[in-house]
Design a protein around this ligand. Structure first.
Ligand code: FES
Ligand code: FE
Length: 405
């Protein structure tokens, strides 16, 4: 009997029993954050069945340009092929499984496997297998393709055979995000904050601002989300200013069961910064040139979620993207990507240190609180407590997560 497999099955059975008994509005039990089998199942059932934001078209402007995106045990080659189409391939050789592409990013004419030199075209087709005999048909052994969607320059991939429906949700989001000129962005800076915690704890932390007042002093000076009452008073005047700046004063929330499909999970909401703040800067002053077609600073910022794993914060002059990428059961990379208009020049139009200051210090805070969260959850005595009203985002996440795993 295969003992490891039995242990795995037992763990997944425990997980299913816990899902059956889970009380809506309560945190998840420790098993979800401490079991290797649940972690592997998370990757297979959740990450592989959701859309993942991997980057921006400005990273691969010309045919042959590529970069790798990795999560759990998976590696994806994101490449612009000769026909100018953005494609994504599983970085797994169809011969005996070696990684085909080893360099994080670059420019390629072909992808040649470092093991026995099978060679693939940019579009994933196998050009030839060395000394494979007359009966070998390369057409049968192209790289496995991942699904790709490019939304206003943002690249999303999903490795599932049947990816969750996203097109209708994106079509409804498109007019709201249009004024920000997302397709005109470029990456000003990327940073990764490794945290010794399960990916779900990192994502859950991002989904609530209940912790913002006690944990994020700098953030709380400029962002109003920490207290719903303060927020209410600032919303009406913001709406007026937003329209004046060229934005649509509409919020959008498409969650499970909506017309856009069970996994649309698309969310758009502009909310106010405190008076005196034009953007997420230390002084309140602008950090970079206005984005897209915006005609002024309205003193707001926008939360955008596209699929349950991908979050963006769109200020008037820059966009910050967030991912919480699993590396192992209790290792996660908090990846933060700062984007500005493509014409903005570092040193002249923006200062990288000032641009990244807020979400750098905030992410250091988050790394610390997520780490301590995991340490406490690891205790045998941890029993999940009730969620606060301000933690509604976690509740929504659980609904989708528990349905998929
Ligand atoms: Fe790639 Fe053999 S594993 S050529
Ligand atoms: Fe935080």
């Amino acid at each position: 009997m295969n003992i490891a497999a039995t242990g795995n099955n037992d763990d997944l059975q425990i997980m299913r029993d816990l899902i059956r008994d889970h009380q809506d509005g309560f945190a998840l039990p420790r098993h979800f954050y401490t079991s290797q089998a649940v972690y592997e199942h998370d990757i297979k059932a959740y990450w592989n069945h959701n859309w993942i934001w991997v980057g921006h078209v400005s990273q691969i402007p010309e045919p042959g340009d590529y970069f790798l995106f990795e999560y759990g045990p998976e590696s994806i080659i994101v490449v612009r092929d000769r026909e100018n189409i953005v494609r994504a391939h599983l970085n797994v050789c169809r011969h005996r499984g070696s990684r085909v592409c080893l360099k994080e990013s670059g420019k390629a004419k072909l992808f040649s496997c470092p093991y026995h030199a099978w060679t693939y075209e940019l579009n994933g087709r196998l050009r030839g297998g060395r000394a494979m005999g007359p009966d070998f048909n390369p057409a049968d052994y192209g790289l496995f393709a991942a699904n790709v969607r490019v939304f206003q320059g943002l690249i999303f991939i999903c490795v599932a055979d049947n990816p969750p429906p996203i097109d209708e949700g994106l079509a409804r989001l498109a007019p709201l995000t249009e004024p920000y000129g997302l397709e005109r962005l470029k990456i000003a800076h990327s940073a990764s904050y490794p945290v010794p915690a399960n990916w779900k704890l990192a994502l859950e932390n991002y989904m609530e601002c209940y912790h913002c007042a006690p944990s994020h002093k700098d953030y709380s000076r400029s962002h109003s989300l920490k207290d719903p009452r303060e927020l209410e008073e600032l919303i009406a005047p913001l709406k007026e200013r937003s329209v004046g700046a060229g934005l649509q004063p509409v919020n959008l929330e498409l969650t499970g069961g909506d017309a856009a499909g069970p996994a649309a999970d698309i969310y758009y909401r502009r909310y106010p910064l405190f008076p005196g703040y034009k953007t997420g800067s230390k002084s309140g002053e602008p950090l970079a040139p206005l984005l897209g077609q915006l005609s002024g600073f309205d003193g707001g910022t926008t939360d955008i979620q596209i699929g349950p794993l991908n979050n963006f914060l769109a200020y008037s002059d820059h966009v910050v993207g967030y991912r919480f990428v699993p590396r192992s059961m209790q290792e996660t990379d908090i990846q933060i990507i700062w984007m500005v208009d493509q014409d903005a020049e570092e040193g002249r139009d923006y200062d990288k240190e000032m641009l990244t200051w807020l979400w750098h210090v905030t992410s250091l805070d988050d790394e610390r609180i997520i780490r301590h969260n995991q340490e406490g959850v690891n205790s045998h005595r941890f029993v999940p407590g009730p969620l606060a009203e301000m933690e509604w985002g976690i509740r929504d996440f659980y609904h989708g997560y528990l349905r998929l795993v």
